[in-house]
Structure formats: structure tokens, C-alpha cells
Design a protein around this ligand. Structure first.
Ligand code: G3I
Length: 312
């Protein structure tokens, strides 16, 4: 595997990407995943609403399809994600009792983490707990359990698979502000009370021209002494895309990847997609486009060639 192998030669664990039902049967995507990347994250089928839509009713077909491909192709697997305010079924969101919600979290994690025990390198145990101003999101987990939901989730994950690295995952940690400050303060509290956290995932969904402080903020995350990883890297371009913007995108991918290379405990990077055609950005942020290393026709972009040279 090309980019992944070069990234490993810099002392890193993996350069990864995502896969799911919407790309699993596209050989243009799976050929690139096979040859260029060393880790796989499911884009959506490992989320709660897909796996346990009704209490006690587990559906693993979609999740198993991604898992089986990753195992067959000898890729590391990042489990994404266990506790998140999105993709939570109504039966969970309607829970008001502390004991009940604690049991519901423990059972979900026991079933999901237990199913893939020994094969998942890292789990995003809690995803996106903060608002932009650093307050906790008003999720059912926060409403009912306050900060204890982190303890419940991380301990349950550790018990279900002691060998998996347990991550706290968040976005917009790319610049100074109340969100990264709140996350660092939380990580300190969790560590002090013996919560088994091994890593911090910085999603790094970046906007062209606004990535300048990524290296400095990565250093702050790394100073915790935990493993850190860029878990969902892409760099969206404000329309219209021009050749100049694509060259700038190359430079910014190089800057961000080099920042991780230069930080010893930055152990890996996952890109959130192979081809621009499948990116979440297209439907969610239509004023932006072209965030990835391959274009809509699966052609390598300047950003790919930049990483090729950087990692030579
Ligand atoms: O592909 C199926 C299609 O066959 C089906 O007809 C349709 C209707 O059910 O669903 C399609 O799957 C959708 C999938 O995106 C692929 O387009 C899912 O419904 C939809 O939920 C899914 O959205 C994902 C989103 O998280 C919510 O799970 C995106 O793929 C995924 O890129 C996005 O990723 C998130 C990270 O998990 C967390 N950080 C932010 C990031 C971007 O929003």
C-alpha cells in the first residue's frame, strides 16, 4: 500500500480511509483503499441507529460487511462510534432514568465492542460531546447522566475489549478557542479519576485557508501524553474550485500531514473519503466541494501528489 507504506516509514501506524455500503461495491474505491490505505473506518454502519434501532434488536449486516472487507484486506479497523448525539434511536433519546440509561449504554457497548473484540485497533467511544462554546451538548447522555456518561462508556468499552485503544473524538479542535480548552480540561478530569482513555481523535474537517493553526493545536492535544490521531481529515474548497485553490489545497494537506509526522504521539491519520464524488460535504455543505485526494472521476489531484512527495 503506497501512501500508507510511506506514512509508516515515518514511524506512524496507519494512513486510513473510510468504507461503507455506499462505496463497498465500487471497485474504483476499493482498489484505492486496498493499494493506498492501511486502516478502515465505517462511514455510517457502525452507528447506534444502524445497529440497535430498537431495544434488544441488533442488526450487524452493514457493519459486518465493512468489517469483513477490512479483515480480508488486512487493514487496521477504527470503530466509529459508540456514544454520539446523532444517529441515536428514539427509544434511547426518550430514556430519563439514570440506571436504565447506564444499562442501555453498557449493553450496547458490550454487544458492539464484544462482537469485534480483538480486531478493532481503536474505538471512538464518545464522539462530539461539546458545543462550539465549550459547553456539553444537550444529548440524552448529558441530560440524564451528566459527565458520568464518559465513565460509563469508557469503562464498558475497556471491559468489552481490553486491547482496543479508547478515543474521545471531536471536531473543530483545529484552532484556539473554548471547545479545545473544554476538551483538554475534560481529558484531564477523566485521567485523574481513572477513566480508561487512550487517545484523542481530532476529526480535522478543514476549510481551505483556515487550517493554519492545526499544527499548534495538535501540539496541545499531544501534550496530554495520550495518543492523538486525525480521524476524519478533509479540506473543503469554497466554490468555485480553481487550479489555484487546488494547489493551495495541496499545500494545506502537506502542512497538516507534516504536523502529524513531526509529533511523536500523533499515531495516524484517517481521510474522510477517497473520491470527491462520495464526500459528505457535497450534500451537507453545498457551498464547498472537492475536499479529497481523488476527484469525482477517481483521478489523483494535486493534493495526492503533494503527499506522495512529502512522504517520500
Ligand atoms: O447509502 C445509503 C442509501 O443506500 C440509502 O438509500 C440512504 C437512505 O437510508 O442512506 C444512505 O446512507 C447514508 C450515508 O450517509 C451515505 O450517503 C445514510 O443514510 C446517512 O446517515 C449517512 O450520513 C453519514 C453521517 O455521518 C451520519 O451518519 C455520512 O455518510 C458520514 O460522512 C457522516 O460522518 C460524520 C462522522 O460520523 C462524524 N463527524 C462528522 C462526519 C460528517 O458529518
Amino acid at each position: 500500500t503506497f501512501l500508507h507504506a510511506r506514512f509508516k516509514s515515518k514511524g506512524k501506524l496507519y494512513l486510513g480511509n473510510i468504507l461503507d455500503g455506499n462505496t463497498l461495491h465500487d471497485t474504483s474505491i476499493t482498489n484505492v483503499l486496498r493499494s493506498e490505505f492501511g486502516s478502515i473506518t465505517a462511514e455510517y454502519s457502525w452507528k447506534w441507529s444502524r445497529i440497535q434501532p430498537k431495544e434488544g434488536e441488533f442488526h450487524f449486516e452493514g457493519a459486518d460487511a465493512v468489517f469483513d472487507w477490512a479483515v480480508a484486506n488486512k487493514k487496521l479497523i477504527r470503530g466509529h462510534t459508540l456514544i454520539w448525539h446523532q444517529n441515536i434511536p428514539e427509544w434511547v433519546n426518550a430514556t430519563t432514568d439514570k440506571t436504565k440509561l447506564t444499562e442501555v449504554i453498557q449493553e450496547h457497548i458490550r454487544q458492539v465492542v464484544g462482537r469485534y473484540k480483538g480486531h478493532v485497533y481503536a474505538w471512538d467511544v464518545v464522539n462530539e460531546p461539546f458545543e462550539e462554546d465549550g459547553h456539553f451538548r444537550n444529548s440524552v447522555f448529558w441530560r440524564v447522566l451528566k459527565e458520568d456518561f464518559f465513565d460509563v462508556a469508557f469503562h464498558a468499552a475497556r471491559e468489552a475489549d481490553p486491547n482496543a485503544k479508547l478515543y474521545l473524538n471531536e471536531y473543530n479542535l483545529d484552532y484556539a478557542g473554548p471547545k479545545i480548552d473544554a476538551l483538554l480540561a475534560l481529558v484531564d478530569r477523566l485521567q485523574k479519576r481513572g477513566v480508561p482513555i487512550d487517545g484523542i481523535g481530532s476529526q480535522a474537517h478543514l476549510t481551505l485557508g483556515k487550517a493554519g493553526s492545526v499544527p499548534a493545536q495538535l501540539l496541545r492535544l499531544a501534550a496530554t501524553g495520550l495518543d492523538i490521531a486525525l480521524t476524519e481529515l478533509d479540506i473543503r474548497i469554497p466554490r468555485p474550485v480553481t487550479d489555484a485553490k487546488l494547489v493551495q489545497q495541496q499545500a494545506e494537506y502537506e502542512m497538516v500531514v507534516k504536523a502529524c509526522v513531526d509529533i511523536p504521539n500523533c499515531i495516524g491519520i484517517t481521510l474522510w473519503g477517497v473520491s470527491d464524488r462520495n464526500s459528505w460535504v457535497n450534500a451537507t455543505l453545498p457551498q464547498f466541494e472537492s475536499p479529497l485526494l481523488w476527484d469525482k472521476d477517481y483521478k489523483r489531484k494535486a493534493a495526492y501528489r503533494g503527499l506522495e512527495v512529502l512522504l517520500a
